[in-house]
Design a protein around this ligand. Structure first.
Ligand code: PEP
Ligand code: MN
Length: 264
């Protein structure tokens, strides 16, 4: 069902209020790795508004490698995130980690994110097949493109056609970067599926200085959008600070992404 053989026309998702994801426009989503506080969200939202970006990312349930790391503000954080975003016309994308959270989170998100550690959580994918909200599925840490497409097929065949795929880097033998952003994925996925394809250069390379370069490369490779991490003070971020852009870097990147997209 997610194949171009089944549907030739590219899927375009409408998040409402004129926010669309898919062919014909460049989708930009930025925000902190983790939602931390009201002032943090306030500053981030103002940065997005100043740069005409309509989607904010930010985790409230965080899949951390260590159980001692910050694990997110949970539902209280999400409710505040939602309330602040709604009054400012911003759409939110945030990670859902388990089946029980799908219903709990439903009314407070615009896009559910399935993280790289949950790409093959088939119970979660089944549950998301039953909701009427868009779902962005990230590629598994060691997942093939075929596996990513199969995960999408779970959700689509369950009845939810509002899907986005995200290339976020894979684990390889290379240790010079956090992950290896696989830009090959972009043209290959664009040919195989009618679903929008988004690139996450932050997790893809994991090094702040190189995030803009890889973001621009992602757009040139044909991505429908970019999702990246930004924070008013990356060095103080509760998670993923080393791959997070400050507002100056983020603003410059947004301007350059739009220029590059226009050249395509
Ligand atoms: C994130 O988006 O902050 C995240 C945890 O991403 P991934 O699942 O790709 O590691
Ligand atoms: Mn992160």
């Amino acid at each position: 069902l997610v194949s171009r053989k089944w549907r030739v026309r590219p899927t375009v998702l409408d998040l409402g209020d004129g926010v669309r994801i898919g062919e014909g426009s460049l989708t930009l989503a930025a925000g902190p790795c983790s939602i931390e506080s009201e002032p943090q969200m306030e500053l981030m939202m103002q940065h997005l508004i100043d740069n005409d970006v309509r989607i904010m990312r930010g985790g409230v349930f965080k899949p951390r490698s260590s159980p001692y790391s910050f694990r997110g503000l949970g539902m209280d954080g999400l409710k505040l995130f939602h309330q602040m975003a709604r009054t400012r016309g911003i759409k939110i994308i945030t990670e859902v980690m388990q089946v029980s959270q799908v219903e709990e989170m439903h009314d407070y998100v615009d896009v559910f994110q399935v993280g790289a550690r949950n790409t093959q959580n088939f119970n979660l994918l089944d549950a998301l097949g039953g909701v009427d909200k868009p779902v962005m599925i990230k590629r598994g840490i060691s997942g093939t493109l075929e596996e990513l497409l199969s995960s999408a097929e779970y959700v689509f065949s369950g009845g939810n056609e509002k899907l986005i795929l995200c290339e976020r880097g894979i684990r390889t033998f290379e240790t010079a970067s956090r992950n290896t952003l696989d830009l090959n994925a972009v043209p290959i996925l664009k040919e195989k599926t009618h679903l929008p394809v988004i690139v996450d250069p932050s997790h893809g390379i994991g090094i702040r200085e190189y995030v803009p370069t890889m973001a621009l490369a992602g757009v040139m490779a044909g991505a429908d959008g970019i999702i990246y991490e930004a924070h008013e003070k990356p060095e103080e971020a509760a998670s993923d600070g080393a791959q997070t852009l400050n507002f100056e870097e983020s603003g410059r990147l947004i301007r350059n992404l739009r220029k590059v997209y226009a050249l395509r």
